[in-house]
Write a protein that binds this ligand. Structure first.
Ligand code: B12
Length: 511
């Protein structure tokens, strides 16, 4: 073990309260170097001042590497200033970034003087290989999934590694993580259960929707752990740290009906409740028997990218597969029969030929969403404003560039408040959306969440639901969504209302 080549693995703060989950990104990276390099974890979600912790480690002089996971949004607020300070105060330390922001926005990351390497996509092999090359003075230019800078500043992307068999990956070092942060503190009470486990059982997605940040990295590739491996890991956490519910954080958990059914049969006797993300057209191919087994095994809700009820738009954004507006409606009805709650996410505000078309399409989506609620009132509705991701080569990306959209050119620019909200998919900064369009979408969002408060926020009482439904009924039925301040105020101050898309499922003690 290299005593002076220790590694700090950092998970920048991603939540504004104590509602954080097991940091699977850096935990999987820790697993990749376990036994080869000594590592420590600093979880920004659990630290009042993560810089102080990191600085204390670095002052020992034993740490040569700083690895940070970076997704867009609030995580940038810690990842950027801390990496910068390390360069200034500990210039011999090598800074390595990984994760969705680093991989997709590698030009701006590598364009900075303080990010030395980016791991492009999975780091299970690339990261230990990079540390080995740097520690033993070997070439790193041929390590797949790596982005580096030449001495004259040219940014080079190496080839992409085929996705490794996820069952060959080393076990996640939960016992060691527990020494840094008690695993129990990561198991939160949510609408799924008293102790919710966050688990990631597959990488990538077989589809290429051009609004999704997963696509540039995984390019329609998907690899999942076997049902047996997933069950073994969940059982290990449950037996050692507790857990009565599971959030599968996969981008697409339900790719394989066979794997899903096998897992359902294995987990059934554990009396756990579980949730995951999938596609409507994929799960709709499942046999009734499979959906029945899933429900009986505890599958309570599935996050599904509906995106749009407009088949033209689904085509324009390469949703692919066979998904249609009619299928989205029929699937909501089918899910009702099996008592599995469909959590439909819609993306509004895609570019169009002219303002009239964009506004008409917004009105049509609103009407479509209301139809879904008539078909299955239990359907959870998540509304995102389209926030571009660099799916270079896609028609959508061409359109947004022609429309004058561009990403910030420096990391510091990404810290501008407007861009943080951009990442939260709540303030698009997209030239084709007028303030009137954004207001209509956001006001409708307020009204529908008053009419049908999410079942995922355990803080909202049955009495509050009744009152909000009554107060918002006129607006919802008449379509008058303008200036819904009375509803906004009640949601903020009376309900302390929280939709799941911002920071994950709410817990009882969210502030
Ligand atoms: C868990 C999660 C969260 C958690 C926070 C987790 C945390 N870090 O504490 C919560 C719920 C708070 C969250 C919120 C948001 N999230 Co989020 N989140 C995820 C999710 C579901 C799982 C991440 C994970 O654990 N993956 C498991 C690990 C094993 O996979 P991985 O991260 O890809 O890691 C591998 C590689 O990337 C690489 N790697 C990753 N990190 C590092 C670090 C180093 C040093 C190295 C060497 C390698 C490396 O190696 C790893 C192993 O192979 C991902 C989707 C996904 N399935 O990954 C979305 C995802 C990252 N989130 C996303 C977004 C947009 C958000 C939000 C901005 C959404 C919103 N509207 O608000 C918010 C804002 C966050 C915030 N408040 O900061 C998007 C990012 C899209 C983009 N544009 O890049 C994703 C991809 C979802 C999606 N499909 O669009 N998120």
């Amino acid at each position: 073990m290299n005593v002076s080549n220790k590694v700090i693995l950092f998970n920048p703060r991603a939540v504004s309260n104590l509602n954080y989950r097991i940091p699977n990104s850096i935990l999987q990276i820790a697993a990749s170097i376990e036994g080869k390099y000594d590592w420590v974890i600093v979880d920004g979600n659990c630290e009042k001042d993560p810089w102080l912790k990191i600085k204390t480690y670095l002052e020992t002089g034993e740490f040569a590497f700083f690895g940070s996971t970076v997704m867009p949004g609030p995580q940038l607020k810690q990842a950027i200033p801390i990496t910068k300070k390390i360069r200034e105060q500990f210039p011999t330390v090598t800074n390595v970034w990984g994760g969705y922001f680093a991989s997709n926005q590698y030009k701006v990351a590598m364009g900075s003087p303080y990010v030395d390497f980016v791991i492009n996509g999975p780091g299970d092999h690339a990261f230990p290989a990079l540390l080995d090359a740097l520690t033993n003075n070997k070439p790193y230019e041929f390590i797949p999934n790596l982005i580096y800078k030449t001495p004259d500043g040219e940014i080079i992307k190496t080839t992409k590694e085929t996705l490794v068999d996820q069952n060959t990956l080393p076990d996640l070092p939960y016992a060691k993580l527990n020494q840094f942060y008690p695993i129990k503190s990561y198991l939160k009470p949510t609408h799924l259960g008293r102790q919710t486990i966050a688990y990631h059982s597959s990488l990538g997605c077989p589809f290429t929707c051009s609004f999704c940040a997963v696509v540039p990295i995984y390019e329609a590739r998907w690899k999942g752990k076997s049902a047996k491996t997933v069950y073994k890991d969940i059982k290990f956490i449950k037996d050692n740290y507790g857990g009565d519910a599971i959030e599968f954080h996969d981008n697409n958990f339900f790719v394989s009906e066979k794997r899903t059914v096998e897992f359902s049969k294995l987990i059934k006797s554990e009396n756990m409740t579980w949730w995951g993300e999938g596609r409507i057209d994929t799960v709709d191919k499942y046999k009734d028997e499979s959906l029945k087994i899933m429900r009986e095994s505890g599958c309570k809700m599935i996050f599904l990218g509906a995106e749009s009820g407009n088949d033209e738009i689904l085509k324009e954004v390469d949703k692919g597969g066979k998904q249609t507006g009619e299928q989205i409606k029929a699937f909501a009805a089918r899910m009702k029969k099996f008592d599995i709650i469909p959590e439909y996410s819609f993306v509004l505000g895609f570019p169009g030929p002219d303002d009239e078309t964009v506004m008409r399409r917004i009105d049509e989506e609103i009407a479509f969403i209301k139809t879904i609620k008539e078909i299955n009132p239990a359907t959870e509705i998540i509304i995102y404003l389209y926030s571009p991701v660099p799916t270079e080569g896609s028609d959508l990306y061409k359109k947004i560039i022609e429309a004058g959209f561009s990403f910030p050119q420096t990391l510091e620019d990404w810290l501008a408040p407007s861009w943080e909200n951009f990442d939260l998919r709540k303030n698009p900064l997209t030239p084709w959306l007028t303030p009137e369009m954004v207001d209509k979408i956001k006001n409708f969002e307020t009204v529908i969440h008053a009419q049908f408060p999410t079942s995922t926020d355990p803080k909202v009482t049955p009495f509050q639901r009744k009152v909000m439904k009554a107060l918002s009924a006129f607006r919802y039925n008449s379509g008058i969504y303008k200036f819904p301040y009375e509803l906004k105020a009640l949601q903020k101050f009376w309900l302390r209302y929280r939709q799941p898309e911002l920071e994950g499922f709410a817990t009882e003690n969210d502030v």
